[in-house]
Ligand binder design. Structure first.
Ligand SMILES: N[C@@H](CCC(=O)N[C@@H](CS)C(=O)NCC(=O)O)C(=O)O
Length: 280
């Protein structure tokens, strides 16, 4: 597997790099960003945090807006930010160009329905193909955590709940907590997965958390002035699920914060420290 370097910027003693590569799983060219802390320069193997972004994002939003690099450098933590959907010529998009389906809106599932099933296999890309690439090319010690925002918060929680053996901790900002029961989720899951709601539920963090028998430390932050809170995000479904299964969910409501990266930047340090504690 060849990686093509797109850009490289020194940052807080480490390096922010962007790469493109041919994805077998997605059948297209993909890009990802990786922050490598200064510790890797002398050959130290470091833990890695995967960051899954939300609707309309690419691999760049988090690295440019969250302000995570300084603390990642101190903690000796690599951060990998993948793109949010397959890309390129021939990759299906929403017919009306809607922001919440198709390009930039892969929802981290494996699509079963045409035309999406040709390229939209983001679950397998994030769970299997990308980690294999990261392990093969970077100085990584095998300890892995996952986090994300909104659609990416759904992705992080869902992927961790389905793969508790692969991660040591999970966190999310403003996650789409119950995608099988909200407008964003219903639109995307019906397009990608068809009408069988039992399949939707296998990608629903609240359903998975309620059924969980293996537990990971879990931190969720939710702004109470988030414009998407009541209809799309439904953190109460996650709280209810955690109560039923006894899941160790710490869900914090942050007064006055909205859905933006200003919110993420305000609390990203807590999330990095939370993961670093468990990754030690
Ligand atoms: N208001 C946005 C909805 C999408 C949105 O808020 N996207 C969030 C994730 S769900 C985001 O991170 N946007 C990119 C950014 O702020 O850099 C739109 O209509 O395009």
């Amino acid at each position: 597997m060849t990686l093509e370097l797109i850009s490289s910027n020194k940052s807080f003693g480490g390096w922010l790099k962007r790469f493109s590569h041919a994805s077998t799983v997605l059948s297209c060219e993909m890009r990802f960003s990786v922050y490598l802390p200064p510790q890797v320069e002398d050959g130290t193997k470091v833990p890695v945090l995967y960051w899954l972004s939300g609707l309309t994002c690419t691999d760049e939003n988090f690295m440019q807006k969250a302000g995570a690099q300084q603390l990642a450098a101190e903690l000796g933590l690599a951060i990998v930010a993948p793109d949010t959907s397959p890309r390129g010529e021939g990759v299906a998009d929403a017919p009306d160009g809607a922001y919440d389906l198709g390009l930039g809106a892969g929802f981290y599932v494996n699509a079963t329905q045409p035309p999406w099933n040709t390229h939209y296999q983001m679950y397998d890309y994030i769970v299997s193909e990308l980690p294999a690439i990261i392990e093969a090319h970077f100085s990584i010690n095998g300890k892995v955590a996952i986090s994300g925002h909104s659609m990416g918060g759904h992705g992080a929680l869902m992927i961790a709940l389905r793969n508790p053996d692969k991660f040591v901790s999970v966190s999310a900002f403003s996650p789409i907590s119950h995608p099988s029961n909200c407008p964003w989720g219903e639109k995307a899951l019906s397009a990608y997965l068809g009408n069988d709601k039992s399949l939707w539920q296998t990608y629903d963090a609240s359903v998975l958390m309620q059924q969980a028998t293996a537990f990971l430390p879990t931190l969720v932050d939710q702004g109470d002035a988030d414009e998407f809170l009541p209809h799309q995000l439904q953190p109460e479904a996650l709280e209810q699920a955690a109560k039923i299964s006894g899941y160790p969910l710490e869900l914090r409501r942050q007064p006055g914060y909205d859905h933006s990266y200003y919110f993420i930047a305000s609390f990203i340090a807590d999330h990095l420290r939370f993961h670093a504690r468990h990754l030690q």
